[in-house]
Ligand binder design. Structure first.
Ligand SMILES: *Cc1c(COP(=O)(O)O)cnc(C)c1O
Length: 224
């Protein structure tokens, strides 16, 4: 049941925060609803989860429309976004988690009707199959976003390899946290970079211990 799953996830979030003396409210739980229908999504919202994430444009737009009465929901787009789809989605979301190229930034700048809060996706593990910017290129990338007045770099996002060990997860997440702190310390107006989006069902406790401010959890909430 979703309510039982949510209770377990909440317990793990509290335990992980406690381990490193963080407060539970320093971490926002984003429910990744990409695998479930509107009914299950609404069930979760009614249990008090108000940050939802999708990764497919059509499904997201459909779901958002069907859930229009839930005005307190924040929508996160976590997928790789094709440039030709930016126009239809970018003004419908509250956060975009996968900014990883200037080409995409150009398109967002062109289509956005407001400032879009973006996470820069970083390929910390260096896996070839992963999207994201190499860690050593992130600072230059963020510097080049300074002229894009429709993009605010609110933070960094990453994914650990699915088969990584807990030890490796700690290392990857700590590396992203360090990079985030370095950028935040520059106090760039266009890139406050105060947030870190990391941690999925199999590794969010580690991500929280390493400083995640947003975790993106799907399976753990919706498993049967
Ligand atoms: C699907 C997905 C998640 C959630 O994954 P789970 O393992 O189901 O928790 C998180 N982030 C991204 C980018 C995803 O695509």
């Amino acid at each position: 049941m979703i309510s039982d799953n949510l209770r377990e996830v909440e317990q793990e979030l509290r335990d992980s925060c406690a381990l490193v003396s963080r407060q539970r409210d320093e971490v926002t739980l984003i429910a990744v609803t990409k695998t479930v229908d509107v009914e299950k999504t609404i069930e979760l919202v009614n249990l008090g989860v108000h940050h939802l994430a999708e990764n497919r444009v059509d499904k997201f737009l459909e779901k958002k429309e069907e859930m229009a009465v839930f005005s307190n929901v924040s929508w996160h787009f976590i997928g790789n976004l094709q440039r030709r789809k930016v126009k239809s989605v970018i003004n419908e979301i509250d956060f975009f988690h996968a900014l990883d190229s200037l080409k995409l930034a150009n398109e967002i700048q062109k289509r956005a009707e407001k400032v879009i809060r973006c996470f820069i996706e970083v390929n910390v593990s260096g896996e070839e199959s992963k999207h994201g910017i190499a860690p050593e290129e992130v600072e230059a990338f963020i510097d080049s976003l300074a002229t894009y007045d429709r993009i605010q770099a609110v933070g960094l996002m990453t994914m650990a390899p699915f088969d990584s060990t807990v030890e490796e997860q700690h290392q990857l997440f700590a590396k992203l946290k360090n990079l985030q702190k370095t950028i935040a310390a520059k106090n760039l107006p266009h890139a406050p970079c105060t947030e870190i989006s990391m941690g999925m069902s199999n590794d969010f406790p580690v991500a929280v211990q390493e400083g995640a401010t947003f975790v993106r959890v799907g399976t753990a909430l919706f498993k049967e």
